[in-house]
Design a protein around this ligand. Structure first.
Ligand code: MN
Length: 723
C-alpha cells in the first residue's frame, strides 16, 4: 500500500504547485470515512481508493483527479454526501466525485452483452468531464488487479466480461494503451484461462528459441544505426496473448500459422530519424508488401502515431517493426495525458490553463470521427450529449434523443408498449408521461389493453417513431369512423329508396369514384368528400332514375314524436347519443345548443363527423335536399350525462343594485355554472342579457328557468337557441 507522503511526492514530481493541503485532507477524510471496512482480500477498504489514486499519478493526472480517486467510493459506500464533499473540497471535486458515483450506480444495472456499445456511449455521455472517465478506468484497473480475491468464479467472469466489452474499448478510445493492454490481459485470464495459458507457453518457447535471432537483429540494427549516426533505443516487443488469440480467431488460424509473433520497436529522437531508420531497415531485410503503414503522417483517430512495417528476418521469419519518437511512444502508452505532461515539462504551458489543456486535447481527439473498426462509429462525443440512455427494469439500455419522455421510451421498447402505455415510473416514482428523461434513469412503463395512443402525446414526444405511430393511429381511427359512417349513410339511402342494401353494387362503382376499395368509398362518403347520393345513383342507376321525382324529405314530424321522459341515474357516460357508430366524432351544434331531453337529429358534416341539432333548429333547412346526411339519433336515456351541455337563456333583468348577483345566486342554487354572460341591450330600467349555463339536460335547464321566474328582479326568462 502506497503511503501518504509517497502519493504527495509522486504528484509533486510532475506538478510542483499542487495543493498539498487539499490532498492531505482528502487522504485523511477518505481513510476516516471508510473506517474499518475491508476488501474481499481482507485489506482495509481504504487501500483501494489509495491505489486508484496512485494509478492516476502514473498518468501525471492533476491534483483534482487524484483527490477524486481518494474520495471516489465514499458517497457510494459510506455516510459521506456530495454536499459535504463539495463544502470540504470545493465544487470541482464535488462534481467529479458525483460523476464517478453516478457511473458506479449505472454499473449496477448490468446490461446484457449485446448492449455493450450503448453502455459505452452512456458512460461517455455521463462523463461530462473526461477526468470522471479516467478515475473510473483506474478504479476498474485496480479492481481487475485484485479480482483473484473474489471467491465466486461466476462473479469473476462477469466482471471480466464487462471489462473486456466496456472498459477496454474505452481505454483504447482515449489512447491509454497500457491500461487497455493490462485490462484486456486480466480479463482474458478469467474468461479463457486455458487459451491464455497455452498461448503464453508457446510465446515462452518462441522466446527461448528466438533469443539468438533477437540478439542478432538488435546487434545488426544497432551497428547500422550507429554508422548512420542515429541515436536509437531498440527493444524486442512481444504481442500480448489476447491480441494473438484475437488474431487466431479473426483469421481462423492456429498459433503456428501466425507469422509475425516477433516484433521490435525502435525509438528515436525526431520524426526525420523515424523515416531514416525505416530506410535502413528496408535496406537490411526484404519488406513484406502491403504491411507498411505510416501513422505519422496520418495518425489513428485516438492520436496514435508510429511507423509500422513487416520484414523477413535472417532466419526467414516475419518480424514486425514499429518506429517512433520518444514523445510518440509516451503518447501511445499513456494517451494524450502523456502528451500534455510532455509539453508541460518543456515549459510550454502557462500556469492556470495547463490543468485542462490536455483534457481539451483529449476531448478533441475523442470527438474526431472514428474509424469504422473503432467503437464510436462515425459519431462524435458531443453527439452523445444530445442523447439520453435509460434502462428498462430488466436492465436493457434504450437510447433516446435528449428531451425524450416515457412515451418515447415506451415506443422505443416496442410499438405495442407505446400504443397501450398508461403511465410510467422513473426510478421507482410515478411521473407524468411528459416528464423528460435523464441519463441512467430506470423507466418502467405501465400498460393497459384498453389504452390507445392519445393525440395529446403528439405535443411532447420527440422521437420519430412515437410521432409516426400516434399519427398513424389517429388517422386509422378516423378512417374507420368515416368508413362506418359512410356505409351507414348508404344503407340509409337504400332504405329511403326501398332497396335492400348490398355491398356488391357499390364495389362495382369503386373505381368510378377513384377509391381503392369499397371501404375507401365508404370513407369518402362518411367524411363528406364523396356525395352519397351520387354513389347510389351510380350503383343503382335504374332505381335512381325512377325515384328521382319523389325524393323524400326528412320526416320531421316522426322525429318530433314525444319520447319517454328520461330518468337521471348512475355515472357519466362519454357517449350520450344513441344511433351513432361507436367512436364517431360528435359535435353539438352551436346554433341550437341541444340538451339531453331535447328532440335531436344528427347531420353528417364534411370532415367533421356528426353534428347534433335540435329538430326545430333553423339551420336544418340548409340540409333539406341532402336527406342522406340526416341520421336518426336520440339521447341515450340509460346513461346520465356530465354537466357539459350548454343551455342558453334570454333574460330581461331589472337594472337594480345586486340583481346580477341574485341571478347568479339562483343559478348556483340549482347546481349550475354560468359559463358566459352577454349584455345585449342596456336600457334605463332593464337589461337584456344572454346567459350560457352548464346543465345536465333540458329538465335541469327548465328547473333553472322556473326558479328564475320566481325571482322578483327578473322580468322575463326563456330558453333561446339563437346566437
Ligand atoms: Mn472503487
Amino acid at each position: 500500500m502506497i503511503r501518504q507522503y509517497e502519493l504527495i511526492n509522486r504528484v509533486k514530481a510532475y506538478d510542483p504547485d499542487m495543493d498539498e493541503n487539499a490532498l492531505n485532507r482528502a487522504y485523511v477524510y477518505a481513510m476516516k470515512m471508510h473506517g474499518t471496512q475491508t476488501r474481499a482480500s481482507g485489506d482495509p477498504y481504504f487501500s483501494h481508493p489509495l491505489e486508484v489514486a496512485a494509478i492516476l499519478t502514473e498518468l501525471k493526472m492533476d491534483t483534482a483527479s487524484v483527490i477524486t480517486a481518494l474520495l471516489h467510493d465514499t458517497v457510494e459506500d459510506t455516510d459521506a454526501t456530495i454536499e459535504e464533499i463539495s463544502s470540504l473540497f470545493g465544487q470541482e471535486i464535488g462534481k467529479l466525485v458525483d460523476g464517478v458515483t453516478k457511473l458506479s450506480q449505472i454499473e449496477l444495472q448490468r446490461p446484457e452483452e449485446k448492449q455493450a456499445e450503448n453502455f459505452r456511449k452512456l458512460i461517455l455521455a455521463m462523463s461530462e468531464d473526461i477526468r470522471v472517465l479516467l478515475v473510473k478506468l483506474a478504479d476498474r484497473l485496480h479492481n481487475m488487479r485484485t479480482l483473484h480475491h473474489i471467491s465466486k468464479p461466476e462473479k469473476q467472469k462477469r466482471i471480466a466480461r464487462e471489462t473486456l466489452e466496456i472498459y477496454v474499448p474505452l481505454a483504447e478510445r482515449i489512447g491509454i494503451h497500457t491500461w487497455k493492454e493490462e485490462l484486456e490481459d486480466l480479463a482474458f485470464k478469467y474468461l479463457n484461462p486455458e487459451a491464455r495459458e497455452s498461448i503464453a507457453k508457446r510465446l515462452e518457447f518462441l522466446r527461448s528459441e528466438g533469443e539468438k535471432v533477437v540478439v542478432k537483429i538488435i546487434a545488426e540494427l544497432t551497428k547500422q544505426l550507429k554508422t548512420a549516426d542515429i541515436d536509437a533505443k531498440i527493444t524486442g516487443r512481444e504481442k500480448t496473448p489476447h491480441s494473438i488469440w484475437l488474431k487466431m480467431q479473426r483469421k481462423n488460424v492456429s498459433f503456428e500459422q501466425l507469422s509475425d509473433i516477433m516484433a521490435f520497436r525502435v525509438i528515436v529522437d525526431d520524426v526525420s530519424a523515424c523515416y531514416h531508420v525505416l530506410g535502413i531497415i528496408h535496406g537490411l531485410y526484404p519488406s513484406v508488401p502491403g504491411r507498411f503503414k505510416d501513422y505519422i503522417s496520418i495518425p489513428k483517430a485516438n492520436g496514435y502515431r508510429s511507423l509500422h512495417t513487416t520484414v523477413i528476418g535472417p532466419e526467414n521469419q516475419r518480424i514486425e517493426m514499429q518506429i517512433r519518437t520518444a514523445e510518440m511512444h509516451e503518447e501511445a502508452e499513456f494517451g494524450v495525458a502523456a502528451h500534455w505532461a510532455y509539453k508541460n515539462t518543456e515549459g510550454n504551458a502557462k500556469k492556470g490553463g495547463k490543468q485542462y489543456r490536455w483534457l481539451r486535447e483529449l476531448m478533441d481527439i475523442v470527438e474526431q470521427a472514428a474509424r469504422p473498426e473503432e467503437f464510436l462509429q462515425h459519431t462524435k462525443l458531443e453527439l452523445f450529449q444530445e442523447q439520453v440512455y435509460c434502462f428498462t427494469p430488466q436492465g436493457d439500455l434504450i437510447e433516446l434523443p435528449k428531451g425524450a419522455t416515457p412515451v418515447d421510451f415506451a415506443y422505443a421498447v416496442h410499438s405495442q408498449v407505446g400504443d397501450t402505455c398508461v403511465g410510467a415510473k422513473v426510478n421507482g416514482r410515478i411521473v407524468p408521461l411528459n416528464t423528460q428523461l435523464q441519463n441512467g434513469d430506470q423507466v418502467e412503463i405501465r400498460t393497459s389493453d384498453k389504452q390507445t395512443p392519445s393525440p395529446n402525446w403528439e405535443r411532447f414526444v420527440v422521437t420519430g417513431k412515437a410521432h409516426a405511430r400516434i399519427r398513424r393511429f389517429v388517422r386509422m381511427q378516423q378512417v374507420e369512423q368515416y368508413s362506418n359512417l359512410g356505409k351507414a349513410m348508404l344503407q340509409k339511402i337504400c332504405r329511403q329508396e326501398n332497396i335492400e342494401f348490398q355491398e356488391k353494387p357499390f364495389i362495382s362503382v369503386v373505381k368510378q369514384f377513384k377509391a381503392d376499395s369499397v371501404e375507401m368509398l365508404y370513407t369518402g362518403v362518411g367524411s363528406g368528400h364523396i356525395n352519397g347520393r351520387e354513389v347510389f345513383k351510380a350503383a343503382f342507376p335504374e332505381q335512381a332514375a325512377a325515384n328521382l321525382k319523389k325524393l323524400k324529405q326528412p320526416n320531421l314530424e316522426a322525429l318530433q314524436k314525444p319520447k319517454t321522459q328520461r330518468k337521471r341515474k348512475g355515472k357519466a357516460a362519454p357517449m350520450p347519443i344513441k344511433g351513432l357508430i361507436p367512436g364517431m366524432a360528435l359535435h353539438f351544434a352551436r346554433c341550437c345548443h341541444p340538451l339531453p331531453g331535447d328532440k335531436i337529429v344528427g347531420i353528417v358534416t364534411t370532415g367533421k363527423g356528426v353534428t347534433i341539432h335540435t329538430v326545430d333548429c333553423e339551420s336544418l333547412e340548409a340540409f333539406a335536399d341532402t336527406p342522406e346526411r340526416w341520421l336518426d339519433v336520440s339521447w341515450d336515456d340509460g346513461e346520465d350525462t356530465p354537466e357539459t351541455h350548454i343551455g342558453r337563456l334570454s333574460i330581461v333583468l331589472a337594472n337594480e343594485p345586486g340583481s346580477l348577483g341574485t341571478l347568479s345566486t339562483v343559478i348556483g342554487q340549482k347546481s349550475a355554472n354560468i359559463t358566459n354572460l352577454k349584455i345585449i341591450n342596456r336600457q334605463t330600467d332593464f337589461w337584456d342579457i344572454l346567459v350560457d349555463v352548464f346543465v345536465h339536460d333540458a329538465v335541469h335547464l327548465e328547473e333553472i328557468i322556473k326558479a328564475l321566474r320566481a325571482t322578483p328582479e327578473i322580468a322575463s326568462v326563456k330558453r333561446t337557441k339563437g346566437r
